[in-house]
Design a protein around this ligand. Structure first.
Ligand code: HEM
Length: 383
């Protein structure tokens, strides 16, 4: 059993532990983490709908103290993901509409092309899990093909600052990466007309049209890459693990619809974002429990997906589930606007990886895997 709900995110099999938590109180106080823990789907929906009282950042620390005042801190401070109220509303509708307007057939086709080039970079499989989706989104945004590997490296450096586990050296790299990325986005957006059909052109068309673009919108464009990075790498890696565990799924992985179904069931069954947090800006009562101002609530999204009151036979991996319900992409005001994009990118990544690795899946399974150190991401590293 994991030692606590944070350790569960990277545990070999956290699901029996989550099941035991769901048998407990709706909100359980965890003294070690000094946080309330929500594990049932109905309670998690209530927590994520209580936007007024429960915020995405602590009121006293809108930007983590380790990066406040730095280039990485500047980007972090602008992200809609990390803000509530007016700052959240400023860009969220434009990002949401631009992502909703993507043509997923075109996204799939372009991700396959990017994936072919990434495969030629000859890096370990565990890194390719990141590179295909990140470079695909960079391509969608409008970066030139030869810039993609560099944008990918900066993004990997930048996302390290989002984790409380990062070292001072990683934070330093994250700052360099944040400055470089902001400069590149500025150049890209300053072109007279960003390439037609790009995600950047779509965001600009949805936005206020102000030129030059605000630092805040530029940061949120970079945010589309950072939101893609760890979460989609985890989804691709966990889908591969699902195929390693159940070889009978392999025939259905030969079609795009089969791949899509495997990826979507993986997102439910073995979520890459296992938890998120909320911070009480004022006192609030959730499922009969009083949460005081200043308290933290840890929200176990991956547990909700396995709640039998939410999905029938939740522990079975069923790509053709009739009514799949999912909280792994969040819920309520901050719900992920990139869910369809993420699943399409993951299906294209899986298609490409299987072409090269299908014959070696059994050897990979025997070699085993562990999970990258993280407080909420479930991203495998294959041995
Ligand atoms: C498997 C991949 C992904 C997973 C599991 C995932 C999951 C999530 C979750 C759980 C949240 C809400 C966090 C919270 O409420 O505390 C979120 C927010 C967000 N995601 Fe995703 N995401 C994924 C991929 C993407 C992609 C590809 C994009 C866009 C390119 C994206 C863009 C965003 C944005 C902009 C937000 C903030 C929304 C807001 O706060 O209004 N995500 N994501």
């Amino acid at each position: 059993m994991p030692t606590d709900p944070i350790a569960a995110a990277t545990h070999a099999d956290p699901y029996p532990y989550y099941a035991a938590l769901r048998e407990g109180p709706p909100l359980a106080w965890n003294e070690k983490l000094r946080a309330w823990v929500a594990s049932r789907a109905d309670v998690i929906e209530q927590v994520l709908q209580a936007h007024g009282a429960l915020r995405v950042r602590p009121v006293a620390e809108p930007v983590p103290s380790a990066i406040v005042g730095s280039p990485a801190g500047e980007v972090f401070g602008h992200l809609v993901r990390m803000n509530d109220g007016a700052a959240h509303q400023a860009h969220r509708p434009a990002l949401q509409r631009a992502l909703a307007g993507l043509d997923m057939d075109a996204v799939y086709a372009s991700a396959l092309q990017v994936a072919q080039r990434v495969q030629q970079q000859e890096q370990p499989l565990s890194d390719t899990l990141f590179s295909i989706p990140v470079q695909s989104v960079a391509h969608l945004l409008g970066f030139a093909d030869d810039a993609l590997p560099q944008v990918d490296r900066w993004m990997r450096d930048f996302v390290a600052c989002l984790s409380p586990l990062s070292t001072p050296e990683q934070l330093q790299h994250a700052n360099t990466a944040a400055s470089e990325l902001m400069a590149r986005f500025e150049t890209l957006a300053a072109r007279n007309a960003p390439r037609h059909g790009t995600l950047l052109a779509a965001v600009l068309a949805e936005g206020s049209g102000d030129a030059p673009l605000s630092r805040s919108l530029l940061a949120n464009l970079a945010g589309l890459l950072s939101q893609t990075c760890d979460a989609t790498a985890g989804l691709v890696g966990n889908s591969l693990i699902a195929l390693m565990r159940e070889a009978s799924l392999l025939p259905s992985a030969r079609t795009r619809s089969g791949l899509q179904a495997i990826v979507e069931e993986t997102a439910r069954h073995d979520a890459s974002v296992q938890n998120t947090r909320r911070f009480a800006a004022q006192a609030v009562t959730i499922a009969g429990t009083d949460v005081a101002a200043g308290d933290t609530v840890l929200v176990l999204l991956a547990s909700a997906n396995r709640d039998p009151a939410f999905n029938a036979e939740p522990d079975r991996f069923m790509p053709l589930r009739e009514r799949r319900r999912m909280l792994g992409f969040g819920h309520g005001m901050h719900a992920c606007p990139g869910q369809a994009l993420a699943c399409t990118l993951a299906a294209a990544s899986l298609h490409t990886l299987l072409q090269q690795h299908a014959a070696g899946l059994e050897a990979q399974r025997l070699g085993g895997w562990s999970y990258r150190p993280s407080v909420n991401g479930r991203i495998p590293v294959f041995h």
